[in-house]
Design a protein around this ligand. Structure first.
Ligand code: NAP
Length: 594
């Protein structure tokens, strides 16, 4: 298809409309619906009984993933003694604890994504690390900063209440624990709630069903990185072709008798180019290299000129190009928009051509082609996904309106029953824009009995996206759409958040402050800045295929307060400078201190 805007628009809208069907975003209530309670169970670590804990740590951190571990490590470096991490998982790692499906891999370069590489004197073994290596590295951070012995795993916070008299938080858990802490840190992650679609009849399925974030190796055999030895006589339905589903397909295709891949929307899947780390790369790294590499990547993401593109991958080539289309001097807005669209179209055509080159059956190739603008969905990258469709035991079931229903024998699409032994739901997670209070999953009661859910009912309300008035001595790790900024490399914003939290705590301790709260003017001013810089992208995003990025086809439903510092994804470098300058002044401006 040569670039004819009219034709391209029509094709993209036609593909969008096939998917804009009522109920497409409906999800099961995993927290309360007993019929799906089993989907949440931890298949990796047996739950052991223990006595309730009653004590008074300095800090309680909710969440032992990247953000929580970094907060813990930096607080430890700042001299904080007693830190308790509380996590529903059976160990640390967060998303990397739960996501152990075969083929799970980081989609951002490992040299930037794995935190604290220099401190731990570690260089990942591959350009894009597999999940197990990431999990072990996070475990090593927890070990190094002694965060494990006091951690409470398989434990969920049920309520936390600020006690003004004591100047402390009281944290209650489902194990009967009662922790009284000086500082409370919410590090619950951004895609922490598994999503299971509502498909009529799904509870009737008689075989084994699980989500990619709870892979059942007892059933499939094998382990991460090994063959799935028990699937040789089994037919498997894989529902979902986002980053998780597509990574799981090649190992499934290798081991299962048959795999039916149920695709609602094809992902745009670029070249991964994974390879082992070259020993000369590791040998040539100079002190400060990891931060410099992260900054280089982030500069490219923001369209800034760099001398060398150190990452040199699909993110820096395609994603950055589409995010920051070239501006020609003297060009009108219309010309700019047209050029941007043509650039986007060229990149999507490259993706579509790649499918023709790799997939031998032209009908399958055609069904795998994505038709939407590149940024409508989070881009994916993989080197073996398309090859899997050339295997005789892999069948693509294209179902733009989703799986119709599921019977006791398996999924039904277009009236046809697909008989399977097992259903793998690669159906993802609730969007980043899910409000904090839902992602946190417990009631947080601040000064005067106000709950965070009530205070944030009309949108986030914070200073710097990390502290909120009425919730003294509490920090929220920065997250997209939560009045901070977005970085494609999530670790980079988590590092900044952890450095900020430990920086504030150090200042408070040095100045003998026991309790801080955000003052009203400072919070109002921050909210004003967020709201003023918000540019509603719904005109462009409404033409997108529905996805979590455009609020499932309802892009106008985003509130200006639930956005970022600066336009779009926000300006990471301006935000960092602002936080660093604020910390360096030592004034704790905008905080009421007692
Ligand atoms: P996802 O991108 O949300 O994909 C979910 C898939 O399930 C989509 O293909 C979706 O189709 C499909 N689906 C949902 N309901 C369905 C239904 N009723 N019938 C048929 N198909 C249905 O989730 P994910 O793949 O788990 O990835 C989530 C995010 O996690 C990624 O965007 C990324 O940020 C992160 N992630 C990262 C890595 C990594 O390499 N670092 C790996 C995995 C995940 P539609 O597209 O039509 O909605």
């Amino acid at each position: 298809m040569a670039f004819d805007p009219g034709v391209v628009h029509a094709k993209y809208l036609e593909e969008r409309d096939k998917r804009l069907v009522p109920g497409r975003a409906a999800i099961r209530d995993l927290a309360h619906d007993e019929r799906v309670a089993g989907f949440r169970a931890d298949p990796f670590t047996p739950r052991t009984e223990r006595e309730p804990v009653t004590d008074d740590p300095d800090v309680v951190i909710v969440g032992g993933g990247i953000a929580g571990l970094l907060a813990g490590a930096h607080l430890r470096k700042a001299g904080v003694g007693r830190i308790r991490i509380v996590d529903a998982a059976g160990g640390v790692g967060g998303t990397w604890y739960w996501n152990r499906y075969p083929g799970v891999m980081c989609d951002v370069e490992s040299y930037q994504y794995l935190p604290m590489l220099e401190e731990l004197d570690y260089v990942p073994t591959r350009r894009y690390a597999f999940g197990e290596e990431i999990r072990q590295h996070l475990q090593a951070i927890a070990d190094r900063f002694e965060l494990l012995s006091d951690a409470l795993f398989h434990t969920e916070v049920t309520q936390s209440v600020w006690n003004d008299k004591a100047g402390r938080w009281t944290v209650h858990t489902d194990r009967g624990d009662r922790l009284s802490c000086r500082y409370y840190v919410l590090a619950v992650g951004i895609l922490n709630l598994m999503k299971l679609p509502v498909v009529p009849g799904m509870d009737d399925f008689a075989g084994r069903a699980f989500h990619t974030a709870r892979w059942d190796y007892d059933y499939t055999g094998g382990a991460p990185g090994e063959a799935l030895t028990k699937l040789g006589d089994k037919a498997v339905a894989l529902i979902g072709t986002g980053a998780s589903g597509l990574q799981a397909l090649p190992p499934l295709a290798e081991s299962a008798r048959h795999v039916y891949v149920f695709q609602r929307t094809p992902s745009a899947i670029g070249v991964r180019g994974n390879r082992p780390t070259d020993p000369s790369f590791a040998a040539g790294l100079a002190p400060g290299w990891q931060k410099a590499r992260m900054d280089n990547f982030q500069s490219i993401m923001l369209g800034r000129a760099v001398e060398t593109d150190l990452t040199d991958d699909g993110w820096t080539h395609h994603y950055a190009a589409v995010q920051n289309p070239p501006r020609t001097k003297g060009a009108s807005i219309q010309e700019f928009m047209r050029n941007a669209e043509e650039l986007d179209f060229g990149i999507m055509e490259e993706h579509r051509r790649r499918i023709d080159q790799l997939v031998t059956d032209p009908d399958v190739a055609s069904a795998l082609k994505p038709y939407y603008r590149y940024l409508c969905k989070r881009p994916c990258f993989h080197d073996e996904y398309y090859d899997a469709f050339n295997c005789p035991n892999v069948t693509l079931i294209d179902c733009p309106a989703g799986v119709e229903r599921i019977t006791e024998r398996g999924p039904v699409v277009g009236g046809q029953q697909y008989e399977v032994d097992c259903i793998v739901y690669g159906t993802g997670f609730e969007a980043e824009l899910t409000p904090l209070q839902r992602r946190v999953g417990h009631d947080i009661v601040g000064r005067g009995g106000i709950s965070l859910a009530r205070k944030w009912a009309d949108g986030a309300a914070s200073l710097f996206g990390m502290m909120s008035r009425g919730f003294p001595n509490m920090f929220v790790m920065p997250a997209p759409g939560q009045q901070s900024v977005v970085t494609v490399n999530y670790t980079q914003i988590a590092v900044l958040g952890a450095e900020f939290v430990s920086g504030v705590v150090s200042l408070l301790e040095k100045q003998g402050v026991e309790v801080f709260d955000v003052n009203a003017e400072a919070e109002d001013d921050w909210i004003r800045q967020i709201v003023e810089t918000y540019v509603d992208p719904s005109a462009v995003m409404a033409a997108c295929t529905p996805s979590r990025i455009n609020n499932e086809g309802n892009p106008g439903g985003v509130r200006a307060r639930d956005t970022n510092f600066g336009r779009g994804f926000g300006d990471y470098f301006a935000y960092r400078e602002l936080l660093e300058t604020w910390l360096a002044s030592g004034e704790l401006d905008g905080l009421d201190l007692a």
